[in-house]
Design a protein around this ligand. Structure first.
Ligand SMILES: Cc1ncc(COP(=O)(O)O)c(C=O)c1O
Length: 388
């Protein structure tokens, strides 16, 4: 007898995982399906964590993270945004995803509604559903010049019963970045209607037209119901560390402590020493990493532009390319077949919800050599002219 809650049982698996399963054992596959760099975490971050482990930093910690890491986050916010963030607004979480989960637990609940600007990373919407919410997606508008926000559609969606508005900028998978004016409009909307604004800024350093993306922290008052999610994963090549942070209004600190206690009971002490080094000494690494992503982006755009039937949707942030292929509507079948036959791993657009159904995503935070080979393989696969 299946005792799983029906709504969890009914929840579809991530289509990215479906492609992964069909391609992971294909010899020599070039995997561009996941959102992570192909380089390990740099030594200047690993060494302090190893030293801390050797020095016996292996105990339970403060639920909001060790004080020196929270202080490092304060220095980081001061340096990159010029902002003073009070200590009672910061919590270290066991990944950005863990921050998402905690915010959904605290702010949603059975019978609630959440609005998400889509296309978006599927895990976010699943966390909302797990926490009882009905999710309303508002798709970005897609045109030849890229993605844009339909503010009126967001306003219409944020009706009675909506507890949370989720926005990611730079976004996964689209790379769309919000403007200050659009952010001001969303802040006003959520203030007026008493809605929590959850701003996912995990790609804040992966931008190509400025050193750091715009943050809601730059316009919000500390008391505003603005909850920022961030992560060490993307900017510092630390996906496997499972470390993130969240910034919230001061009243939320005891809630964050409680929910961290009842979810993970706190992060790993020794890892937090590595994260301090990432924040304090990471600028050179980030500059190099963004330059590498920029080069990867140029390779992919140049090659896709020459492929018949392909149209790429341009953007200015994150490390993904999204494109459509004329004659491909079933992106899951397309990606599974490309993984098995052409040995290139990509993510199907249908994974990312409204607005991405017919698109394909690939991650270009990879070596030039791998990207050129992946593009050769894609070109060969497309030249067969198959429709999906
Ligand atoms: C938009 C977005 N938010 C949050 C996360 C979570 O990052 P992590 O759990 O690795 O810190 C991801 C990861 O891909 C993401 O793309």
């Amino acid at each position: 007898m299946n005792l799983v809650r029906p709504e969890i049982d009914a929840m579809p698996d991530s289509p990215i995982l479906e492609v992964w399963r069909s391609g992971i054992s294909v010899p020599g596959i070039i995997a561009l399906w996941a959102g992570e760099p192909d380089r390990p975490t740099p030594g200047f971050i690993c060494e302090p964590a190893i030293e801390a482990l050797r020095a016996g930093k292996t105990f339970y910690t403060h639920n909001r993270g060790i004080p020196p890491l929270r202080e490092a986050l304060q220095r980081y916010h001061k340096r990159i945004y010029g902002l003073d963030i009070a200590d009672n607004r910061i919590a270290i979480t066991s990944s950005g995803m863990n921050a998402v989960e905690i915010l959904c637990q605290a702010l949603l609940g059975a019978g609630s509604k959440a609005v998400a600007i889509s296309p978006s990373w599927p895990n976010i919407l699943r966390a909302m559903t797990i926490n009882g919410a009905h999710v309303i997606e508002v798709a970005l508008h897609r045109s030849n010049s890229g993605w844009s926000l339909d503010l009126e559609a967001v306003e219409r969606a944020c009706a009675d019963g909506v507890k949370m508005l989720y926005v990611a900028s730079p976004a996964n998978p689209t790379g769309w970045t919000i403007s200050r004016e659009e952010a001001q409009a969303l802040l006003k909307l959520t203030r007026d209607r008493g809605i929590a604004l959850v701003s996912d800024e995990v790609y804040h350093r992966i931008v190509y037209d400025r050193p750091v993306a715009f943050s809601f922290l730059e316009i919000a008052e500390p008391k505003d119901n603005v909850f920022v999610i961030n992560s060490f994963s993307k900017s510092w090549a630390m996906t496997g560390w499972r470390m993130g942070w969240t910034i919230f209004p001061p009243y939320f600190a005891p809630t964050a402590e409680k929910l961290i206690q009842f979810n993970t009971s706190g992060g790993q002490e020794f890892l937090q020493y590595g994260a301090i080094a990432a924040l304090d000494q990471g600028e050179e690494f980030i500059a190099e990493f963004v330059a590498r992503c920029r080069a990867g982006r140029e390779i992919v755009s140049r090659r896709l532009a020459k492929m018949p039937r392909v149209r790429e949707i341009h953007s200015n942030g994150s490390f993904y390319s999204m494109f459509e292929v004329e004659g491909v509507t079933d992106t899951l079948a397309f990606c599974k077949t490309a993984a098995q036959e052409a040995r290139i791993g990509m993510a199907p657009g249908l994974a990312f919800g409204a607005g991405a159904e017919t698109l394909i995503r690939l991650c270009y935070a990879k070596s030039a050599e791998n990207l050129e080979t992946a593009m050769d393989r894609l070109e060969g696969f497309l030249s067969e002219g198959r429709r999906f």
